[in-house]
Design a binder for this molecule. Sequence first.
Ligand code: I3S
Length: 128
Amino acid sequence: DLPLELPGPHGLEKAGLLNKTKIAEGGRKLRKNWNVSWVVLAGNSLAFYKDPKTQSPASWKPACSKPESSMDLRGALLTWTRDMSSKKNVLHLRTVTGNEFLLQSDNEAVILEWYQTIKNVIERLLNQ
Ligand code: I3S
């Protein structure tokens, strides 16, 4: 058996802090609310956790903390967007169920890596 920490089809692909806002739920537009999120890409899904820095150390236990929300990347669309926000380096992610998120980082290298990694996972899932 493979050790659990090895990256693989159902393992951890990437994790890090990004600015995030949900802009639609089931096709219905939502009011933007940008927040710093701890984003974890693992297996078929992208999960969003509260920024650990905004919580007291005592209340944040990675092992037992539940994501605030998560999304299935199967059939999802990922594109760069310049019209959906005044911010730079913004990614637009839409699930098959019509949930839409914007992901952003002021650091271009950081957002480029996220773009590539999410794109690769979406493609891999299409070929499964
Ligand atoms: O697309 P919008 O409506 O211009 O998005 C901005 C608003 O959500 C704004 O909040 P309020 O209008 O509720 O105060 C946010 O503070 C901005 O960050 C949003 O625009 P950007 O361009 O930052 O995504």
